[in-house]
Design a protein around this ligand. Structure first.
Ligand code: HEM
Length: 521
């Protein structure tokens, strides 16, 4: 029986269990389960027609054997039970998919049925009650939000129009690393801050400037980190939706407090932008907020974009864009530092295109095929959302010949597919070369390689992720040489979460490598 999962649960009950030792916590938890078992005893789980899976216990299902590292645990289950298997997470049925053919059946052939989300209690809270793009149920409102997001906010032309804001933030970050030359720097932390600043800068960088923007950055970072941690806690409210009202672990309560803080910041930002617009100033400094407010004012009366949805979209950009991109950059840096030949090739490519007497500009990025291959390889080996964002069928249907009931939680283990030795040669080796012939792309049409998902719910931020990843990584690699602090060893172990992280933060020492110190100012 795996107790790692229960340890995570215990850790999220501070108000009640703080005083107890581990054994007492165990007794408490099992008594609690016993109590629930009484409520449950008339309910039986019929597995008839369902995909195969490990034997489930009454009430807790398979929670007792669940390993918090879900991506590897699910991969090991598929070795025993095959490419589609089932798992009872308390009262919730989880379906695990581990083959390209079945991923295609779900995300392409039966996409309309599976385009819904299984919304966790924490997600419901931070999405203003399911009003954001990430968690909205599939339907007319989702379509409207998706259009606003993909066609208006994250379109290539809008992204081009806010390039100056991205450039300003990235240059500040390079200058920060320059000032830290020779000292160890937490690369992931700095990249998180950089990406957060880049995103918030694109959101309202034309609205809020100077010191106020810097202090807002710190505030946002704190809230995003706490939100991300809350989303990764195994939550009883998700496994027993009927008991969600009790919010035993206080996840919903804590999330409400964080969302309130966000909401206040959003209100202040919106207020400032509206004042600027009313006074006819700030028109030259376009940002997403301005685009959204204009869309809200001009929106269709039949399907209006409300202020709540506008704020929920701002939340989408911050939550969906920060951790995902910065963690991918951190993994990339670690893998590159692990492979000196990859680092050398990257620097050679950058020297040829950018030159050592120049700094990287976003316009260079299209001429860097090896860097692009590095990005694809990082997304293969460490896909940011290792089991995608769980989908949920709107009706009972069959997949691979098995029944998949309406409302079950679908985990598509893209992490395992990306490491399948029948698809990939030496799958655990970081080898960007495999992407140089452009055989694979992540547009969602190839079910051997789909780090951004596929179908209707494919990532809405691909264009932005590409730009931020390529521009940031190119700048880090071109501007500095990197080494580990004395006595440190490099590792690339992953820690599961809805957004996967590096288990140990990458701490590295930058050494400037450009000819002119002025380039770092
Ligand atoms: C390396 C970077 C990123 C990766 C690997 C990534 C990956 C993903 C994946 C796998 C999904 C779920 C697809 C599915 O459920 O089938 C997703 C959804 C989403 N992503 Fe990203 N993402 C990244 C960056 C971004 C950025 C920068 C943004 C926006 C600023 C963003 C916004 C979203 C949104 C809004 C959704 C929900 C779409 C919907 O449900 O309709 N992502 N992303």
């Amino acid at each position: 029986m795996s107790l790692k999962f229960f340890k995570l649960l215990f850790d999220s009950f501070p108000w009640l269990l703080e005083q107890l030792n581990v054994e007492q916590k165990g007794v408490f938890f099992f008594c609690f389960l016993g109590f629930l078992a009484l409520l449950w005893c008339f309910i039986s789980n019929s597995n008839k027609g369902l995909p195969p899976g490990p034997k489930a216990l009454p009430l807790i299902g398979n929670l007792h054997s669940l390993d918090p590292e879900l991506h590897t645990y699910f991969a090991s289950l598929s070795q025993t039970y095959g490419p589609i298997c089932r798992l009872w997470l308390g009262k919730k049925l989880g379906i695990i998919i581990t083959s390209p053919a079945l991923a295609r059946e779900i995300l392409k052939d039966k996409d309309t049925i599976f385009a819904n989300r299984d919304v966790p209690a924490a997600g419901r809270e931070f999405s203003y009650g399911g009003n954001n793009l990430l968690w909205a149920p599939y339907g007319p409102k989702w379509r409207m939000l998706r259009k606003v997001c993909v066609c208006d906010m994250l379109s290539c032309s809008t992204l081009d129009s806010v390039y100056a804001l991205r450039q300003r933030e990235l240059r500040q970050s390079i200058s920060y690393f320059y000032n830290k030359a020779g000292s160890p720097v937490n690369v992931g932390e700095q990249m998180f801050l950089t990406i957060l600043n880049v995103i918030t800068s694109m959101l309202w960088g034309g609205t809020v400037k100077g010191e106020e923007r810097a202090s807002l950055g710190a505030e946002f970072r704190h809230v995003v980190t706490e939100m991300s941690a809350l989303c990764s806690i195994p939550n009883l409210s998700d496994y027993y939706p009927g008991l969600a009202w009790f919010d035993f672990q206080g996840v919903t309560k804590k999330m409400k407090v964080l969302v309130k803080r966000f909401d206040k910041l959003f209100d202040s930002m919106i207020d400032q932008r509206q004042k600027l617009d009313r006074n006819g100033v700030g028109q030259e400094s376009k940002d997403f907020l301005q685009v959204l407010l204009k869309l809200k004012d001009e929106s269709d009366a039949k399907m209006p974009l409300t202020m709540i949805e506008l704020k929920a979209l701002l939340m989408d950009m911050i939550i969906g864009g920060t951790d995902s991109t910065s963690n991918t950059i951190e993994f990339a840096m670690a893998e590159i530092m692990n492979k000196p030949d990859v680092l050398r090739k990257l620097q050679q490519e950058l020297e040829a295109v950018v030159g050592k007497d120049n700094i990287v500009d976003e316009s260079h990025v299209k001429q860097l095929p090896y860097l692009y291959a590095v990005m694809k390889e990082v997304l293969r080996i460490h896909p940011t959302a290792p089991v995608l964002v769980p989908h949920c069928p709107s009706e009972t249907c069959t997949v691979g010949g098995y029944t998949v009931p309406k409302g079950s939680c679908i985990f598509i283990n893209v992490w395992a597919i990306h490491r399948d030795p029948s698809i990939w040669k030496n799958p655990t080796e970081f080898r960007p070369k495999r992407f140089l012939d452009n055989k694979w792309d992540y547009s969602g049409n190839d079910f051997n390689y789909f780090p951004f998902g596929s179908g209707r719910r494919i990532c809405a931020g691909i264009a932005m992720a590409e730009r931020m990843f390529m521009y940031s990584l190119a700048s880090l690699i071109h501007s500095f040489d990197w080494k580990l602090p004395e006595g440190e060893t490099l590792e690339v172990t992953e820690k599961f979460g809805i957004i996967m992280k590096k288990k140990m933060p990458l701490v590295a020492i930058p050494t400037p490598r450009l000819s002119n110190p002025k380039l770092y100012e």
